[in-house]
Design a protein around this ligand. Structure first.
Ligand SMILES: [Zn+2]
Length: 260
């Protein structure tokens, strides 16, 4: 592994909450268990060590490397890690919001013009999740779109991690926000995660908000002290981050390395 690649990996692994998956409780029912080779591979990815028994050539025909495995579309791992995180968030939002839809199609356009040229006018545009009652009032609708990116991709190596998160957020906003604000009369929140662990500032705010709603829902509607204690007080942001990082990191990397 080259020096630049190793240093790039170490900066992404040291970013906020990137190590949370290491303390995740290996709950089988949530898919948080790893066999020994997958765990060793994951540690190698974290510390920039070279995993053993890697193939020389990727099935796509390119030279195989750790960074290539995180971005190669052959086998569908980038899609799998995205879909896994989207489904996890959909389940989390179902607990605290109503009218939850996965992959909602946006309303067709009837000649609306957008100020931002990048705003999508695709007739079949769809986002990852739509819910009511997350930000604002009970009927306020919010659309979410998920991106899980590889911060060690060669095109990102000269960019600082906080700037990368910001850039990914801005790209999503430029594409969807104006249309969702003006046509759907809703708000838009991009959910940005790095496949090495960690998330954007806006995603962190979203997670805190989701936990706060969970606490209020449990307290006011269930009046169940045991559940309130278990969800509101004990399930901290770091716990959710652990879950998410575990999913986003290991689905994309350990499995892609360990699966023949
Ligand atoms: Zn490949």
């Amino acid at each position: 592994m080259s020096l630049s690649s190793s240093s790039s990996r170490s900066r992404s692994s040291s970013s906020s909450s990137a190590s949370c998956w290491l303390t995740a409780i290996p709950l089988e029912q949530h898919g948080f268990t790893l066999h020994k080779s997958a765990f060793r591979d994951a540690l190698c990815l974290r510390y920039g060590w070279h995993p053993s028994n890697l193939p020389d050539i990727c099935p796509c025909g390119s030279k195989f490397s750790v960074d290539h495995s995180l971005s190669c579309p052959t086998g569908g791992y980038p899609s799998i890690r995205h879909n896994e995180v989207r489904d996890l968030f959909t389940n989390l939002l179902t607990e605290v919001c109503h009218d939850v839809h996965k992959e909602p199609v946006l309303q067709p356009l009837n000649g609306e013009v957008f100020q931002k040229r990048c705003t999508t006018s695709d007739e079949n545009a769809r986002l990852d999740i739509a819910v009511s009652g997350f930000w604002g009032g009970h009927f306020q609708r919010t659309f979410f779109d998920v991106r899980v990116f590889n911060p060690n991709a060669s095109s990102y190596k000269s960019v600082q991690i906080p700037s990368l998160y910001k850039r990914q957020e801005q790209e999503k906003k430029r594409r969807y926000e104006e249309r969702i604000n003006n046509v759907e009369l809703s708000s838009f929140t991009p959910i940005i995660l790095a496949c090495t662990g960690g998330c954007s500032k806006l995603t962190s705010i979203f997670l805190k908000r989701r936990l706060r709603i969970t606490s209020l829902v449990c307290f006011w509607f269930h009046h169940d002290p045991q559940r309130f204690y278990s969800v509101g007080d004990r399930k901290s942001l770091s716990t959710v981050n652990r879950d998410l990082n575990f999913k986003s990191l290991l689905f994309c990397s350990a499995s892609s390395l360990s699966t023949p």
